[in-house]
Design a protein around this ligand. Structure first.
Ligand code: SF4
Length: 72
């Protein structure tokens, strides 16, 4: 089973699958306050708007980052 981590802001859940991550850092460039490689946990979904997080996640070249819509 591959590892996955989930981070929710109440609207969306950012899913990160470390096994797929190529460390291309597109996420860090796109939303540096959300994707912070030196922090733990490294993803802080409070660091940006839902829309900006969506845009950044879509730029992840490896498919390591995906978004789930939270049910309201
Ligand atoms: S953009 Fe995707 S592949 Fe690149 S570091 Fe972020 S999660 Fe990993």
């Amino acid at each position: 089973m591959s590892e996955r981590k989930e981070y929710s802001n109440g609207e969306i859940t950012v899913v990160w699958q470390p096994g797929k991550c190529q460390h291309a850092a597109e996420c860090v460039k796109g939303s540096p306050n959300v994707f912070r490689p030196r922090e733990k946990p490294w993803i802080n979904v409070e660091g940006g708007t839902t829309e900006s997080i969506r845009n950044t996640v879509h730029k992840c070249p490896s498919g390591a980052l995906t978004i789930l819509e939270d049910s309201k």
